[in-house]
Design a protein around this ligand. Structure first.
Ligand code: IFM
Length: 452
């Protein structure tokens, strides 16, 4: 296809375009070369947890196809590749013995990025906790935070000279809340008190790891990637407005206040504070580390209502039904790009923040190849509209330095398995053939225009 007639933008000259993936979603090779199970191996093998019983056993077989996958990324003219490391490939039990073959894999991958002039943006934790650590209590235990700092030290000592940016966590909300409160992600717990301990220890792990990374390699940019919600009341009324405030406190500020201001939101403390570990107060100083950037993963707005059920847990909100005229993706997520600008503005008003990257943005559309072509025009519209919002945010002086499309290719979409496709590249899981979708060609042309 030809270049978009009206390209989104403008963007600053050094604005970075990239694509993103995560280890468990693409690598496969789960029991090869010394890797041991993570909580997602365990969880996905439990009956009924993942749609169709899908697992990450093979995924996109990226562990073996990494070289041609990097060529594919290069062919898209992007400047950066954001990926995560599998902790259980590097330190199979989470602590102790280091797996040389795991180091070798990421050595090859990082060198492969550099050979192709792709900046490696590395994430330490994209939800795949080594199962041995979970067997010892997982994120509910302080020792897991300490183990994470040791893992960060290994990564920075090995790869720190060759990577551009390192993020401690990807979407800590998901691993704590979806995984330990809602029970729809690994490890599948539904326990509010436990979930709050996990939130705190993930924060602590971030703080300890950031300090460790900076002590080893002060010049390496360190940040954290958050999936914050842009929250709106679905109906007018004071009770719904108050519900929005509570929802933001629980789902956003429970994460951002400690990380960026070294405190917990008062409304959460009033109701749930007793569930935090006893050490919470003295840990806050460690948690609030100066960061070089932060990442926002953004997909859709959240519309809520006050929950009239007085026995409902804090924040006592419920999701509103989708408006009849809302545009939805194939996963039923609302398409509303301007809400991303609202959220960015809100964040920069509330906190004194470093620059940010949109570290993920994209949409699930399940178009398949017809005569060898995947005509996913809806994905192009989605990406185009969100890139226009990024440009608008920049025009409002919000320092967005880059944008990573989620995802390079279709992959294991967690509890939704392989049916939900977010890729710019179509993956035929039977043959492992990759077909660049129309959106992939579009994104490549866009990146090329801004590159030149
Ligand atoms: O696939 C996920 C990714 O792992 C984290 N952010 C959201 C994506 C789409 O659900």
């Amino acid at each position: 296809m030809s270049a978009p007639s009206q390209k989104p933008g403008p963007f600053p000259d050094d604005f970075l375009f990239g694509v993103a993936t995560a280890a468990y979603q693409i690598e496969g090779a789960v029991d090869i070369d010394g890797r041991k199970p993570s909580i997602w191996d365990t969880y996905s093998h439990e009956p009924g947890r993942v749609l169709n019983g899908d697992t990450g056993n093979i995924a996109c077989n990226h562990y073996h196809l990494w070289e041609s996958d990097l060529d594919l990324i290069k062919s898209m003219h992007v400047g950066a590749y954001r990926f995560s490391l599998s902790w259980s490939r590097l330190i199979p039990d989470g602590t102790g013995v280091v797996n040389q073959k795991g180091l070798d894999f990421y050595d090859r991958l990082i060198d492969g990025c550099l050979e192709r002039n792709l900046k490696p943006f590395v994430t330490l934790y994209h939800w795949d906790l080594p199962q041995t650590l979970q067997d010892n209590g997982g994120w509910a235990q302080r020792s897991t935070a300490e183990a994470f700092a040791a893992y960060a030290a290994l990564v920075v000592n090995e790869f720190g000279d060759r990577i551009d940016c390192i993020s401690t966590f990807n979407e800590p909300w998901c691993s704590a809340i979806l995984g330990n409160l809602m029970g729809v992600h690994a490890p599948g717990n539904q326990d509010l008190a436990l979930a709050l301990k996990c939130v705190h220890h993930q924060h602590l792990a971030h703080g300890l790891a950031t300090k460790t990374i900076k002590s080893i390699r002060p010049e390496l940019p360190v940040g954290i990637v958050l999936n914050l919600q842009s929250v709106y009341a679905a109906e007018q009324g004071e009770e719904h407005d108050a519900a929005v405030d509570r929802h933001r406190d629980f789902h956003n500020h429970l994460f951002t206040d400690p990380l960026f201001e070294g405190r917990y939101p008062q409304s959460v403390m009033n109701v749930l504070g007793q569930n935090l570990p006893d050490t919470w107060e003295k840990d806050l100083q460690t948690i609030q580390q100066p960061l070089d950037y932060w990442g926002l993963n953004y997909y859709q707005p959240t519309r809520v209502l006050h929950d009239k059920d007085s026995t409902a847990n804090f924040p006592q909100t419920k999701d509103a039904p989708k408006a009849h005229d809302a545009t939805l993706t194939d996963l039923g997520w609302e398409v509303a790009p301007a809400t991303m600008v609202d959220l960015l503005s809100e964040m920069y008003q509330r906190y004194d923040l470093p620059p940010c990257f949109i570290t993920e943005n994209g949409a699930c559309y399940n178009d398949s190849p017809v005569n060898g072509e995947v005509k996913d025009d809806r994905r192009i519209e989605y990406l185009d509209a969100h890139l226009k919002s990024v440009s608008q945010a920049i025009s409002l002086d919000i320092p967005v330095q880059g944008y990573f499309a989620w995802s390079l290719m279709d992959n294991f979409e967690w509890s939704e398995g392989y049916d939900s496709r977010f890729g710019l590249v179509f993956v035929d899981y039977k043959t492992q053939t990759r077909t660049v979708k129309k959106s992939g060609h579009w994104y490549a042309q866009l990146a090329e225009i801004y590159l030149s």
